[in-house]
Ligand binder design. Structure first.
Ligand SMILES: [Zn+2]
Length: 248
């Protein structure tokens, strides 16, 4: 009944299988990863913190990220948050206030889309993590500073150069964290890890303000395909790194 009503009202269906009804049917919801895995861009920006993602930027997760981000299917924020929470849970620092820091979107993009998709599902993730162990909060510590050109089509080196200095720390948010009077561990949160340049810039800005970054957690990570000897070759993210949190 609910699915039929939703389909009638929204004319929408499951982003995973197109079944009429809710934006994510029960069958597809059951396919969501229940844990994260270590991932690493290739090549990897120097000094990038340990990175974890729920799955590849492919198939169901990709459809969910795009529908939520580009088409404002807000009902997907909760399942995206659930996926991110599963990634973040084992990474949380039991001895600190764990601060989920959404990677900021450009203000113009937020205005155009009418919402901030990363902030929305990071808040959903934090709700999932409440009461499950270490203290968790969401703080918009980062803001975009310099204008950033579209990253599409840029190489990893060009992306990194395009981004340096593009993010800064909001002083009010930083002071609010200091007033908590407890040790904080920051987790940089985003929807997609591609070259790692965005995450590295977020990390640079945070660490430059004395805020310790414990890890980067994302819903998805792309698999990079580089042409080798005339043939496409899949350079998948290396899943082999054991997690070693940074010393706080
Ligand atoms: Zn489905």
């Amino acid at each position: 009944m609910l699915d039929s009503w939703l389909d009638l009202v929204h004319g929408a269906g499951c982003v995973g299988c197109a079944a009429p009804g809710r934006s994510l049917c029960r069958t597809c919801a059951a396919r969501l990863p229940g844990a994260g895995r270590p991932v690493r861009p290739t090549p990897c920006p120097d000094g990038l913190a340990a990175c974890f993602a729920a799955g590849d930027y492919d198939d169901l997760l990709r459809a969910m990220v795009l529908a939520h981000k580009e088409h404002g299917v807000f009902s997907l924020a909760d399942p995206l948050g659930r996926a991110l929470a599963a990634v973040a849970l084992p990474v949380l620092d039991p001895g600190s206030v764990n601060v989920l820091v959404p990677v900021p979107s450009r203000p113009a993009v937020v205005r155009e889309r009418g919402h901030d998709p990363v902030l929305r599902f990071v808040r959903a993730a934090a709700r999932r993590l409440q009461g499950r162990g270490p203290v968790v909060c969401v703080t918009q510590v980062l803001e975009q500073r310099a204008p950033v050109h579209d990253q599409a089509g840029l190489s990893s080196g060009q992306r990194a150069a395009n981004l340096v200095g593009s993010m800064g720390v909001r002083q009010a948010a930083r002071e609010a964290l200091a007033r908590r009077g407890a040790a904080v561990s920051l987790l940089v949160c985003d929807d997609v890890l591609t070259t790692g340049a965005t995450a590295r810039e977020a990390q640079r800005a945070l660490e430059g303000s004395g805020l310790p970054v414990r890890a980067v957690v994302t819903v998805t990570a792309t698999r990079r395909r580089l042409p080798v000897a005339g043939r496409p070759m899949s350079l998948s993210y290396l899943p082999a790194l054991p997690f070693s949190p940074r010393a706080d």
